[in-house]
Each structure stands twice: as C-alpha cells, then as structure tokens.
Design a protein around this ligand. Structure first.
Ligand SMILES: Cc1cc2nc3c(=O)[nH]c(=O)nc-3n(C[C@H](O)[C@H](O)[C@H](O)COP(=O)(O)O)c2cc1C
Ligand code: SF4
Length: 599
C-alpha cells in the first residue's frame, strides 16, 4: 500500500506497455489493465486510453465505454489519497453522513470533488461489505473500518504530510473476521485435496448424484439446484468449459463471502476445482469485488500454495488430463456485475451489461463456452458434500432448503457479524441471538430483498418462505424507515446499468417522487403513481436488478403504510415542479406580469 506516485508524462506510455505485456495483450483483461494503470496514475489519462486501445487492438470507444461504466475507473485526476465513504444505510444510521461532512471540512474538500492541489479526493460509494464494523471507507481502494472523529483527526495530518499508506497505523486497516456463530459449514474441517481425491476415485457422475441427492441450492440468492447447473454444463456440446466463482458480494448489507474468502478460501477453491473435474473445465475465475482488494494478496498466495501442492495446474494430484487453474479478476465498483451474465461480460473486459437470456451461461457463458457460475458459499458446500455425503448435508435445514445458510447481520443489534444457521430458522431466533431487542423491521436479502414487520418475525429463512443471499439488516424503533426507502432507491438509480428504459428511467422517476414525499410535498396521488411505476419497473425490466429494485417501496407501502402517510402533509396534489416559478425569467424578459402570464 502506498500513496500513489505520479510518473512524468513520458513514462505513461512505458507504463501502459509494461502492463499490457504482462497481461499478454489480451483484450479480455482490459478491466484489469485499466485498474493497474490507474493504481499508478490515480486516473486513466487520454494518452493512456489511446495506448491501451492501440496495444490491445480494440476501438478507442470500447476503452472509453469501460472507463465510463465502472465507478472505480476515472478519466479525470483523483487525489493522491482517494477516500470513498460507504453510503450504505447501516453506515448512514451510524453517523456516516456527519462523519463524511467532518472529513470534508477537515481536509477542505467538497464531497464528490478532488482538492485543487490534487492531494485528496472524497466521494461517497455504495456499500463496502463492512456493515458489521462501519462506518467504513476505502483509502486508495483499501478497506478501513470504524471511521470516527478521532480517526479523522489523526488521518488528516498524515494526508497533508503525504505519509504513504504503508506507514499509516496497520490497525486502521484491520478487519475483524466478524464470526459470531459457526454451524456445519464453518465448523467442519476439510483437508485440502480430499474432495478432489473423492472425485478422481468415484468419477464425476457419482459426485453429481451426491449433489443431486443433497438438494444443495445456489446460495447467492436465486437458489437454483447446483447439480442441475453442473450437469447441464457437463452435458453441453464438447469444447472448452469454465468455472466462475461469484465473489462480487455487492448487495448492501451482505458481507458473509468476506469471511469465506479470508478464512475458508481453500475450501472455496477446492469446490471450484471439484466443479472443474465434474464438468471438464480447464479454466476458472474468481470474480472478486473491487472493495475486497485487501483480500487479493492472500488469495493469490493461497492459489500458489495449491499449485505447489499439485491441487491446481496440470495433471492435478497426478491424474493425467486433470488440468485446471484459477485466475482472480478484480471488479471495479459495479453492483450489476454480481448478476451472472453481466459478470461474464465484465470477465471478458467489457461493460457489465446483463445479456439476453436464454441462452444461459451453462451452455453459453464465458466467451460463449459452457460455464458454471456459482456463489462462494455454494462452492464451499459442494466440496463438503463430496466428502461427507448428501445424507450428512441433509441433516440440517428443511426439505426444500437443505443445509445451512450464512447470514450477514448488521444494524441495530448488540452483536453484528456473520452467523451460520440451518435453513428454516425463524427471524425471531436470529434477532434474539444478535441482541436486537424489539426492532420495528428487518430487511432480509439486502436492498433487493424484503422488509419484514414484527408481525412476521415468526417467518422462516428458507427458499420456501423468506429466501436470502445472506443480508439481515435490523432497524430499531427509532429509525426512520422512509430514510431506508430513500437510501435503497438512490442505490438502485446509481447502480442501474442504464441498458433498458423501464429500469433506467423508472427508478429515477420513483426516486424523484420519493424525494417529493420525503420533503413533505407528496399526496395520495403521488403514492399511487409510485405504486404504479414500481409495478411497471418490476414487470418490464430486462434483469434481476430492475425486477427487485422496487421491492422496498412496495413492501413498505403495504406493510408500513404509516411510514408513508406520516410524510403526507398535503391531501391535494402538489406538483413536484413549480412551473409558474420557472416562467418568472421569461415574464421578466417579455416585460409581462399580468394575470394571463401566470399559470
Ligand atoms: C443485480 C444482481 C446482483 C447479484 N449479485 C450477486 C452477488 O454479488 N453474488 C452472487 O453470488 N450472486 C449474485 N447474483 C445472482 C447471480 O446472478 C447468480 O444467480 C449467482 O451467482 C449464481 O450462484 P448460486 O447459484 O451459487 O447462487 C446477483 C443477481 C442480480 C440480479
Ligand atoms: S434492469 Fe436495470 S440493471 Fe438490468 S439491464 Fe435493465 S437497466 Fe440494466
């Protein structure tokens, strides 16, 4: 870690050429190349954009389009110290906004701007995956939890004195593991290579059958059967295949993959390699969200150790033809890249725009080859099932949702962190374990999930009742739920990839109407319009982001109507836009101010 250096003009080309050469001039590595250029230059200047386009033999517009798409890529200079503060609602409720203002005041820079001397920039960013230890920020891409006024006071002189990050107190960057409750997955040890030995010994079909009998479902949210997905890829036409681990974990309030990657990375890589053996893949990718850059070095070292141990590379465990390796691709701040087809686009070095489906990745995935995309947690479970068997796995959970689930618990509770429960556990039990008292609501499955009132705390966390990718956000009685709705709605406007009109325009219109209601200018008519738009966006959007973005609006309108009604200070319709006021300048210009010149 260091404060970034600014190479002189003449060295930009040399830098770009060196980075491109290291990436074998492979256009699919565009995003990684741009990230590396920026890590040195703080942004990607026009000169570098041109050099990258020429070096990779791709159109200039493609390079510019990619820079434009990803939040963490910049075409204008950023500060030597680039501070991105999480604007997740959990951090907001912990005083994140006031701290952001204090930080800006202390450093004399406006939020969203770079200081004139180029020393520092400060801007908001979406959830950084540290809701259990926020307010959090990224400093030159590296996660820093626990922001406080004292930290700001200590940090400011280091920035003004240009002290490199490597000389900042390491404790500031220390992340707690955050493990509060371990269940079957986290407490059952699995020696490296054991699942692979089983697969080699028993063959792919036996593993597929074990997965099928286990009933394991994808744990990134959608709950699709792993056995069916792997089987479909294995059965797809001959040729190259790929395995992709989705570690994008961008859903606000979700941070359970952070623990798996930090402490159980070997199990995750074992699961990926197992999948490769079953479907016949030779290449694998871990798509790591940019916010988890701090995990990168350890994960790379772990991969190297697995190579040394013969668990990756050619002839794995001495088995001729069992060739497989894993590369880590780092994202650049785009929530939509968690959607599997957008992720594949991103892996190919493009803008992360979701593809049309069908065809699905299992037959037409990475570079149109059959590809299995699974969540981090899903791969970890698959490795354990290969060794301990489907019956062992089914001892926990429900008939439709066997096994356990990791939850990322955050918000108004005494013990935030990561909890592992059997599927079918009641919301109330989690609330009691984490010391939440009697909250007014729990948001299950993040911003895209559902807002659950106390009358439903006896519901169960399972695919057949309340499915969740892992987020469990607790909102105490004193919280303004309207602020939650507002925060999530802004999040979706920001994260919409802009490809389809219903989502791009619809989320924006909903946001504007919510602002109107929030300010106290809304009427029943506005609520009706919000409801109508929310249904429209849900029904007509191209991908899962648009399908789920209006959930929080519709849930709160139905289950917490008083939250909205309390904001309605007017019963008659009030336009959001003051048309008569806007015509004042025209009246002045034309010298008219009679009755007819007013609306
Ligand atoms: C907007 C959006 C974001 C998503 N983000 C993630 C994510 O961060 N991690 C993840 O595993 N799945 C995410 N998904 C789901 C993936 O598309 C895909 O279903 C999942 O990676 C499959 O893995 P699984 O079957 O093991 O759950 C997201 C979906 C959508 C629509
Ligand atoms: S629904 Fe939203 S995120 Fe999905 S393709 Fe359309 S604009 Fe992009």
């Amino acid at each position: 870690m260091s404060a970034r250096a600014h190479p002189r003009h003449g060295t930009v080309m040399a830098l770009v050429h060196e980075i491109i050469a290291r990436h074998h001039a492979e256009p699919g590595n565009l995003l990684q190349i741009l990230r590396e250029v920026q890590a040195v230059l703080t942004h990607i200047p026009e000169e570098a954009v041109r050099a990258v386009a020429t070096g990779l033999w791709i159109p200039l517009t493609q390079v510019k389009g990619v820079i434009d798409f990803y939040t963490f890529l910049y075409d204008a200079p950023r500060g030597e110290y680039d501070l991105l503060l999480s604007d997740c609602v959990i951090d907001e409720f912990r005083g994140g906004r006031a701290l952001a203002e204090a930080l800006c005041r202390r450093l004399d820079v406006a939020l969203g701007a770079t200081r004139a001397d180029g020393r520092v920039s400060v801007a908001p960013t979406s959830c950084t995956g540290l809701c259990d230890q926020g307010p959090a920020l990224l400093v030159n891409g590296y996660a820093m939890p626990g922001l406080s006024q004292e930290r700001i006071d200590s940090m400011a002189p280091l920035i003004e004195g240009r002290v490199p990050l490597s000389a900042w107190p390491p404790a500031w960057f220390h992340l707690d593991e955050g493990l509060q409750r371990a269940g079957r997955l986290l407490s059952t040890a699995l020696p490296s290579g054991l699942a692979l030995r089983k697969a080699i010994e028993l063959g792919g079909n036996v593993i597929l059958d074990a997965l099928r009998r286990s009933g394991l479902r994808g744990l990134g949210g959608a709950g699709y059967s792993l056995a069916r997905k792997w089987q479909a890829s294995a059965a797809a036409c001959a040729g190259e295949r790929s395995v992709v681990c989705n570690a994008d974990e961008g859903e606000p309030g979700t941070f359970k993959d952070r623990l798996l990657l930090r402490r159980y990375g070997d199990l995750v890589f074992e699961g990926m390699t197992l999948c490769a053996r079953v479907i016949g893949a030779r290449q694998g990718f871990l798509y790591l969200r940019g916010e988890y850059l701090c995990l990168l070095n350890d994960l790379e070292s772990l991969l190297e150790r697995r190579r040394q141990a013969g668990l990756l590379g050619n002839d794995i465990l001495g088995t001729p033809g069992f060739d497989f390796d894993i590369a880590i691709h780092v994202g650049a701040g785009a929530y939509i890249c968690g959607e599997e087809s957008a992720l594949l686009e991103s892996l190919e070095g493009k803008r992360g725009v979701p593809r049309k489906r069908p065809p699905y990745p299992v037959t037409h995935g990475y570079r149109q080859h059959p590809t299995v995309v699974n969540n981090v947690e899903s791969f970890a479970h698959a490795a354990q099932i290969a060794v301990y068997g489907p019956e062992w796995f089914r001892q926990c959970g429900t008939l439709d949702s066997p096994g356990t689930k990791l939850l990322s618990v955050s918000g108004d509770c005494a013990r935030p962190g990561i909890y592992e429960y059997p599927f079918g556990t009641m919301v109330a039990e989690v609330l009691s374990d984490c010391g939440a008292g009697a909250p007014q609501a729990v948001q299950i499955a993040g911003a895209a999930g559902h807002c659950v009132p106390p009358s439903e705390f006896n519901r169960r966390l399972a695919f057949e009742d309340l499915p969740t990718g892992g987020a469990f956000m607790v909102f105490g009685g004193e919280r303004d739920l309207m602020a939650v709705v507002r925060n999530f709605t802004h999040f979706f406007v920001h994260e919409s990839c802009g490809f389809c009109v219903p989502c791009r325009v619809g989320t924006s219109l909903i946001k504007d109407l919510i602002e109107k209601v929030y300010r106290g200018n809304g009427s029943e008519l506005d609520l009706e319009e919000i409801r109508r738009l929310a249904h429209l966006v849900q029904r007509t959007s191209h991908c899962g982001l648009g399908h789920t973005a209006p959930n929080v609006v519709l849930d709160t309108l139905e289950k917490f109507p008083e939250v909205w009604r309390d904001r309605l200070r007017v019963t008659a319709f009030e336009p959001a836009f003051d048309l008569d006021g806007a015509l004042a300048a025209a009246r002045k210009l034309t010298g008219r101010d009679d009755r007819e010149a007013h609306l």
